[in-house]
Design a protein around this ligand. Structure first.
Ligand SMILES: C[S@@+](CC[C@H](N)C(=O)[O-])C[C@H]1O[C@@H](n2cnc3c(N)ncnc32)[C@H](O)[C@@H]1O
Length: 250
């Protein structure tokens, strides 16, 4: 996904792109930012988009910088932000000099999405390098387990709605085959965009390889309507989730 792709989404970004901080049903982002933040600490939100995540974490820090390579998205972020402790700056995370983005806490939400493994690794490594010793980093990324689980939930909903289970399973399997671009690489087609999804331990391994210690990966849930157009109100299963990983810089 090149910068043009993101620039083109600047118009109505919030309707067209899933912003996890806007649908964080259990308030995990605020709780994590409160735990890691302090009135002396600085944070950088890497790949900030139109700044929803930047604004969500800002109350817990002395200063927060939102960084993105899309000037169009940064323009919208500046318009939407009134907090006095937030600024925005343009940079390509894959090529940036991490020394110029030193921080106590790094946030990087749904940026490691490219099917290109090397690109994801350079971004993750640069973000980890930017964090001061004793600091922390918080990454969010799509979950492959959640994606696979959602096909089972769809099947369950169809069966409960009275459809024949076997024919429903055939349909759901066909849709899974269309969506799963590469199971071995965890790449899923999301509305025409091949998007990396991680297994839980794969995500922890990536951040550990990049230099974080004690990486803990847990779930950040969002509502069913994000993945199912016709989600029944009484859906009995736990909501879908992204992974949220917190690591320490030793
Ligand atoms: C899915 S959006 C997430 C936005 C925001 N973090 C959020 O959670 O609402 C991904 C963002 O990453 C940015 N991005 C992707 N690759 C980047 C790169 N190499 N350098 C800087 N920003 C990048 C895009 O421009 C986009 O704003």
């Amino acid at each position: 996904m090149k910068v043009d792709y993101w620039d083109d989404l600047a118009d109505r970004f919030s309707e067209r792109v899933f912003e996890v901080s806007e649908r964080d049903v259990r308030g995990v982002i605020r709780k994590t930012a409160r735990r890691l933040g302090s009135k002396r600490a600085t944070a950088v939100d890497f790949g900030c988009g139109v700044g929803a995540s930047t604004r969500a974490v800002a109350p817990f820090f002395k200063h927060v910088l939102g960084v993105d390579f899309s000037e169009k998205l940064l323009r919208v972020a500046r318009e939407k932000t009134s907090a006095g402790n937030v600024a925005y700056r343009r940079a390509d995370l894959a090529k940036m000099n991490p020394q110029q983005f030193r921080c106590d806490v790094a946030f990087c939400f749904n940026v490691l999405l490219s099917p290109d493994d090397r690109l994801r690794r350079s971004i993750a490594a640069n973000v980890v390098r930017a964090v001061r010793r004793g600091g922390a980093g918080v990454f969010i990324a799509p979950s492959l387990e959640s994606e696979l689980r959602s096909y089972q939930v769809v099947l369950d909903c169809r069966t409960r709605a009275g459809f024949d289970r076997r024919s429903a399973a055939k349909e759901v399997d066909a849709s899974a085959r269309r969506d799963l671009v590469s199971l071995s690489q965890g790449v899923v087609d999301l509305g025409g965009a091949p998007t990396k999804h991680f297994f839980q331990d794969e995500f922890a391994d990536l951040l550990t390889d990049c230099g974080f210690k004690d990486v803990v990966v847990s779930r950040i849930h969002y509502p069913w309507d994000v993945v199912l157009d016709d989600a029944p109100d009484d859906i009995a299963h736990a909501e879908p989730w992204d992974w949220i990983a917190v690591g320490a810089k030793a």
